[in-house]
Design a protein around this ligand. Structure first.
Ligand code: GLN
Length: 486
């Protein structure tokens, strides 16, 4: 049946609905693709072939009865910090190496509800902490565009799988850029929804006031279709908002004439690679030619965002990760005299270096005597950053910025310098600080490596930012570019 994995969701859906192919055939074509390339890419922690084929059979039964929704029978990958009933959910950590959840995350339930097919669990930086997928306790993922390079992180497995045709789409999570940045580095589309739009029930917590679940896809239409299924109120997540979910697909009319797009000067930094700058500037020109009104704007507190995030996120992580004490679940070292020693050994062996660094940073920022100077101050800065966005969105409909100031770099390039690693999140994490939605869409290549264009909107403007991304995508060829793998 040729290379089915190259099709868009809409094309796969048409073939399935018209019964030209079955979900079992489609799923098998993805499993074959995984067999062919996975040893090179390492995008998966767990591949669940049997579960996938069983779900595909169920989907075919549904389709035979005339129930073929947009995602029915289409195989996807899910990040390994999202709970999947009966399937290992390791969070990329030794701590949860053998953890098998007894429940599904809400987003998994919703996708199962429309008959989607789970291929397996995506590789990632441990507990979502990282920007390169090199902090996985198991192995790093390779970028399909150049296997010597990182795929971005932390949802690097998802981005690499979609780019390499090892999944039709992936579900990731984004705390400071983990969907958008790997999407940019692997040349795919990634959306971080508004805080509260998608339920986090079953998403293992990293930094709870930042975390969001979202889609990683080959094009914008696919992204809208998935968002429609996974978003909406969930009584199991107290931060999920009781709002009606619009049809995001209907927002994609391809017309951005008169749309006001702000260009925030602070996102075009000195440290930005010239190839990225060129691609993003040329995308802005294209948007202008398409009828958008380009408005230079300023978000002056952006310069504090990196410091603010790297105090608040580790603080929340130090509290969230306190539960891994070797008692209730996860890795447990018990060959000691007393409980305290057992807990110490469990945590020092179960967690990797970066996670330990974050726990120490966060515990320090929260400790008495330092709380006011670090945590409290960072919370106040968070409000200022949010205020900046609020006032700029009085003038413009959305903001245009690079997703990452750099393209995918070589493995090992930044691992021994954590601050250099953190600094590449500078364009993505302000969005999480303010709880906003943002999408990354491919906008070209720099030295043969993908560059991402980031479109940031006010809260709940997913329909609008997706339409801007869609309009841009339709006017350019970039999303058709796929890595040549050999
Ligand atoms: N790179 C950022 C961090 O390490 C963001 C990660 C994420 O979004 N999960 O915290």
């Amino acid at each position: 049946m040729g290379e089915l994995w190259k099709l868009s969701l809409a094309e796969m859906h048409d073939l399935l609905r018209g019964k030209s192919i079955s979900s079992v055939e489609l799923t098998q074509s993805y499993l074959d693709r995984i067999k062919a390339v996975e040893s090179d890419i390492k995008a998966y922690i767990t591949i669940c072939e049997d579960v996938a084929l069983k779900q595909a059979e169920q989907a075919d039964i549904r389709i035979a009865k005339g129930d073929c929704q947009k995602l029915t029978g289409i195989p996807f990958q899910i990040k390994d910090l999202i709970a999947t009933k009966g399937i290992k959910t390791t969070c990329g950590s030794k701590m949860l190496e053998d953890y098998v959840p007894v429940f599904n995350a809400t987003c998994v339930e919703r996708l199962a509800g429309v008959g989607a097919v789970v291929l397996g669990k995506g590789n990632m930086d441990e507990f979502g902490m990282g920007s390169s997928c090199e902090n996985s306790a198991f192995y790093p993922t390779k970028n399909p565009w150049d296997k010597d390079r990182i795929p971005g992180g932390s949802s690097g497995g998802g981005a690499a799988a979609v780019a390499a045709g090892e999944a039709a789409y992936a579900i990731g999570s984004d705390t400071g850029g983990s969907i958008r940045q790997p999407a940019a580095m692997c040349g795919i589309v990634g959306l971080k929804p508004t805080y509260g739009l998608v339920s986090r029930y079953g998403l293992v917590a990293y930094a709870s006031s930042f975390d969001q679940v979202g889609p990683m896809t080959r094009n914008v239409q696919d992204c809208a279709a998935i968002l429609e299924v996974i978003s909406g109120h969930d009584e199991f997540d107290s931060t999920s908002l009781p709002r009606q979910v619009p049809s995001y697909s209907d927002s994609l009319d391809g017309n951005i004439a008169g749309v006001r797009l702000g260009i925030p000067e602070e996102y075009f930094l000195d440290g930005m690679e010239s190839g990225v700058r060129e691609r993003v500037n040329s995308a802005i020109e294209t948007l202008k030619e398409m009828g958008a009104i380009i408005v230079p704007v300023s978000l002056p507190t952006t310069k504090y965002a990196l410091a603010c995030y790297y105090i608040l996120a580790p603080s929340e992580c130090s509290a969230n990760l306190a539960r891994y004490d070797g008692v209730k679940y996860g890795y447990s070292y018990q060959d000691t005299e007393d409980m305290w020693e057992a807990m110490g050994v469990t945590r020092s062996r179960g967690f990797g270096m970066e996670v330990k660094r974050r726990i120490m940073l966060g515990t320090y920022a929260l400790s008495s005597g330092y709380y006011d100077a670090f945590y409290l101050k960072a919370q106040k800065v968070r409000t200022l950053i949010r205020n900046d966005f609020d006032s700029v969105f009085q003038q413009v409909d959305a903001l245009i910025a690079p997703t990452s100031p750099v393209v995918a770099f070589e493995h090992g390039d930044r691992t021994d310098d954590p601050v250099r690693m953190y600094s590449i999140d500078v364009c993505t994490l302000p969005v999480n600080i303010a709880g906003l939605p943002a999408v990354s869409v491919p906008c070209g290549l720099s030295d043969g490596l993908p560059v991402g264009l980031q479109i940031i909107g006010p809260h709940f403007s997913e329909g609008n930012i997706l339409n801007i991304a869609y309009s841009y995508e339709r006017n350019t060829e970039w999303s058709k570019f796929v890595p040549v793998m050999n």
